[in-house]
Design a protein around this ligand. Structure first.
Ligand SMILES: Cc1cc2nc3c(=O)[nH]c(=O)nc-3n(C[C@H](O)[C@H](O)[C@H](O)COP(=O)(O)OP(=O)(O)OC[C@H]3O[C@@H](n4cnc5c(N)ncnc54)[C@H](O)[C@@H]3O)c2cc1C
Length: 433
């Protein structure tokens, strides 16, 4: 019998799941709903998208579906580490032994949707401008408001997937069920997107196209920029929520003055038009999510940010969201598509990883300058000595997270002393702010 799957959220995890289910011998009729417009036809707002880096963990999940890795690579650039630009004009380079893919989050979604359309299957229906408003787990029904017409529709399902991001409405439905615990916290850093034009060669700037370029002030304000396919640069400025300096830059001139004083290298590239847009762009806040289970009953599952929203600091949210889909697919194989068994098994297998990833992402990077230097030193020691003395040195935390051979909980267990140390220090600093 064909099973009806309602996926709420056409983000990376929701659309990738549709690809995977399509490969499961026509057992599924899939409907994907998203409250946004179709990004393939409606130009997306710059303030709503950002560059992401996909590491091997996320790429592994794409590789399982024929043609997806190649299609995503075609719209990505390769990066292989990071470069820290210091005040004295010098740089510190952190190279990785393997490449990652850098691309825009919405472009990734568009590519996944286009690849789905190429398959031309009548098993998948896309419903944009449909906002999920209510779930009724007992009746196995989910309600949507059609944003074009204000009409309400009710959809029956055999499997409901909450792939609707960190502010998930499907997850809200779990709050009405027994023994569900969920902790939501805002990440200490807020962010604003930043978009810069191609560099003028006359400026002779040492920005590296195959690395994430970063600039960090002593007050923890941090800029990350990534080279784009059209030769421009895009990224974010991250700043502690309590520090109102960036939100209070409300005019073009204030923005230009701020960059000249604090990020003079970037100020040379910042056009007045972007300074104006930057002043008007909203500040974004990121929510972290820790849940004690990801399934309800025999027919509801949370994946991606809906299950484990994380701070972007380690660049793993999307990787983990794509990995969720791969893991759920493996579980469907193991239990011959018995959905009741599969959703529960996913929770049991993945929940510890979700919590570990939230902790790793919150506390891998210290706020304290002293601990930051220690982090750099540890990373360097890992790189050189782990291959020679694996009994005495740990592999680099960042490489472990990116390559995806170990689960997030295994990595957390290896690095729990460091995470505990950073957590204590970061919390002390935050309390004094
Ligand atoms: C600044 C920044 C940088 C990042 N960098 C990286 C990185 O380098 N690497 C990385 O791996 N991750 C990164 N991330 C995290 C990554 O973007 C997310 O983890 C990833 O997008 C999660 O995918 P998802 O499919 O679970 O959810 P989302 O991408 O959040 O998609 C959820 C979808 O659900 C829809 N939706 C929400 N509510 C409803 C509703 N009620 N009804 C209908 N539809 C709904 C939304 O419109 C959206 O399309 C970054 C995040 C930020 C903010």
């Amino acid at each position: 019998m064909v099973k009806k799957v309602a996926i709420v959220g056409a983000g990376p995890s929701g659309v990738l799941l549709a690809h995977y289910l399509l490969h499961r011998q026509e057992q599924y009729q899939i409907d994907i709903f998203d409250f946004r417009s179709d990004p393939r036809t409606v130009a997306f707002s710059k303030s709503r998208t950002f560059s992401i880096v996909l590491s091997q963990r996320g790429i592994n999940a794409l590789q399982q579906i024929e043609g997806l890795e190649e299609a995503v690579k075609a719209i990505s650039l390769e990066t292989n580490g990071a470069v820290l630009h210091q005040k004295n004009g010098k740089t510190r380079v952190f190279s990785r032994s393997y490449s990652q893919l850098s691309l825009d989050r919405t472009s990734l979604v568009i590519q996944l949707l286009e690849q789905l359309a190429i398959k031309g299957s009548n098993q998948v229906n896309l419903h944009f401008n449909h906002e999920c408003t209510q779930v009724d787990f007992a009746a196995k029904q989910v309600k949507f408001k059609q944003l074009d017409t204000d009409a309400e529709i009710t959809v029956n399902y055999d499997l409901l997937i909450g792939a609707d991001g960190a502010r998930s409405v499907v997850r809200e439905g779990f709050l009405q069920t027994d023994n569900f615990q969920c902790e939501q916290n805002y990440v200490v850093n807020d962010y604003k997107s930043l978009f810069l034009p191609p560099l003028d060669p006359k400026l002779n700037l040492n920005w590296q196209q195959n690395k994430v370029n970063s600039w960090r002030l002593d007050n923890s304000i941090n800029i990350l920029l990534v080279y784009q396919m059209d030769s421009s640069w895009s990224g974010v400025i991250l700043f502690p929520h309590k520090d109102k300096t960036i939100p209070e830059l409300t005019t073009k001139q204030e923005v230009l003055n701020y960059f000249r004083q604090n990020f003079p290298e970037i100020a040379q590239v910042l056009p007045a038009s972007e300074a104006e847009d930057f002043a008007n762009r909203p500040v974004s806040r990121v929510l972290t999510v820790r849940c004690n289970r990801y399934h309800h009953g025999d027919s509801v599952l949370l994946i991606g940010d809906a299950a484990h929203g994380v701070s972007p600091s380690l660049g793993q949210g999307c990787n983990a969201a794509l990995e969720d889909v791969n893991i759920f697919n493996q579980i469907l194989d193991e239990c011959a598509d018995n959905l009741a068994v599969a959703v529960e098994k996913f929770s049991l297998q993945r929940q510890a990883d979700g919590i570990a990833l939230v902790e790793l992402s919150d506390y891998a990077f210290p706020t304290s300058k002293k601990l930051f230097v220690e982090l750099l030193l540890r990373n360097r020691l890992s790189k050189y000595f782990f291959p020679i003395f694996p009994k005495f040195f740990l592999p680099s935390l960042f490489e472990l997270v990116a390559e995806g051979k170990l689960s997030y909980s295994e990595i957390f267990n290896l690095y729990q002393d460091w995470i505990a140390k950073v957590k204590k220090s970061n919390q002390q600093i935050l309390a004094k702010m």
